[in-house]
Design a protein around this ligand. Structure first.
Ligand code: PBG
Length: 330
């Protein structure tokens, strides 16, 4: 064997200590953004059936939830509101009420947990009676009309104290319109974490159960992107940067890590991978059946998002992931 020349890559895998020294990517609590669903009413802490471990909480439970995040060192939350069904209308009015469910939740978090970074998801689908992300004209989601309501929603969330606005509707020009609206209202310092690349994905199924936002007719394919497309994602990224996005979200994450990598390389902007509900539900279901090891799989897949170039990850696994990091460090 002595005169045979080849590289011994296995030398750097010999011991846990050496493997740790050459590890290229590592997940940190600071990378994580935890999604929460807030509902009207009192004393509600109801598990979402298709997302075990994820709850609808009423505002009286919010402080306990935020205490938990803070004690785990998770620095930020993204807030989704679930209004009463009977409040919804064609315009999505409950999205931009001064005292809407999200606005109250944001105010409460900033008041009681000022150090947490609060991100507001800005969309209309949970608030319209038809479940689309914009307003409808002749059966079609009207782009420019929708921008008005979306901008009003973003401004109301910033007024409530949101640290970051995350518009997720995929109308054309939403980043420009919302940026302008925020600036005009005096919120020049509030960054936009835009859902820059959002595919019309089957991986959102459990979220739509959780947020009661399934469209009552048609689908979202006239505004969310077609999954086979890659160059189109780069165009979306380019225009979103021009329009003023500060962070770029790619969603879903797992099946789109090629896009995460390219958006990061092309723009150099902070990229956020959204590890969506269907990705969560699949792992939970397999783990509950004993078919995969939940801890190992969760850490592997979140770390793979970092490896792909994501700076931040929105994930329902955030709390579990920090607990796993703590166990691994013991
Ligand atoms: C709202 C929105 C959706 C998600 C985040 N914001 C649903 C959708 O577009 O239908 C999905 C998140 C998830 O699946 O975890 N537009």
């Amino acid at each position: 064997m002595a005169d045979l020349h080849f590289r011994r890559h296995r030398r750097l895998r010999t011991t846990p200590g050496i493997r740790a020294m050459v590890r290229e990517n590592e997940l940190r609590p600071n990378d994580l953004i935890y999604p929460i669903f807030v509902v009207e009413g009192e004393n509600v802490r109801k598990e979402v059936p298709s997302m075990p471990g994820v709850y609808h909480v009423s505002l009286d439970y919010l402080d306990t939830e935020m205490d938990e995040l803070e004690s785990l060192g998770i620095p930020s939350v993204i807030v989704f509101g679930v209004p009463h069904e009977e409040e919804k209308d064609a315009e999505g009015t409950p999205a931009f009420l001064k005292d809407g469910i999200v606005q109250r939740a944001i105010r409460q978090i900033k008041e009681n947990h000022p150090a947490l970074t609060v991100i507001a998801d800005t969309c209309l689908c949970q608030y319209t009676d038809h479940g689309h992300c914009g307003v409808i004209h002749n059966g079609y989601v009207d782009n420019d009309e929708s921008l008005r309501n979306l901008t009003e929603t973003a401004v109301s969330q910033a007024e409530a104290g949101a640290d970051i606005i995350a518009p997720s509707n995929m109308m054309d020009g939403f980043t420009a319109a919302i940026r302008e609206g925020l600036d005009r209202a005096g919120h020049v310092t509030v960054p936009l974490m835009s859902y820059t690349v959002k595919y019309a994905s089957a991986f959102y199924g459990p979220f739509r159960d959780a947020a009661h936002s399934t469209p009552s007719f048609g689908d979202r394919k006239t505004y969310q992107m077609d999954p086979p497309n890659r160059l189109e994602a780069l165009k979306e990224a380019e225009t979103d940067v021009e329009e003023g996005a500060d962070f770029l979200i790619v969603k879903p994450a797992l099946a789109y890590l090629d896009i995460v990598r390219e958006v990061k390389e092309r723009t150099g902007y902070p990229v956020v991978a959204y590890n969506v509900s269907g990705e969560y539900a699949m792992i939970k279901a397999a783990a509950q059946n004993g078919w995969v090891n939940e801890k190992d799989i969760v850490m592997e897949k979140l770390t793979s998002m970092k490896r792909a170039g994501a700076d931040l990850i929105v994930t329902y696994f955030a709390k579990d992931a920090v607990r796993y990091m703590q166990e691994n460090n013991k």
